[in-house]
Design a protein around this ligand. Sequence first.
Ligand SMILES: [Zn+2]
Length: 92
Amino acid sequence: MRINCPHCGPRDSAEYTYYGDASRVRPSLTDTGVEHWHAYVHERNNVKGPMQEFWHHLHGCRQWLVVTRNTATHEIGAVRFAKSPVSDTAGA
Ligand SMILES: [Zn+2]
């Protein structure tokens, strides 16, 4: 599997570290609801199909990326820097 880093270009996935679902929303720090924090920390969706994931280009530019990957086929869609606007994407 190759991931097209917006900074480095296409690189083997062995250069990256996977950090999971990028679509989860952290509860507000003032939110004291245990059920909200439990869901955020422990519950994961088992997505089959396109999913946004955090990947760290550890053996490259060390940037955090949001990669859209199809979990059934491993096809890579959009790749962007984690801190950039959603519209700043690079195709696979
Ligand atoms: Zn990179």
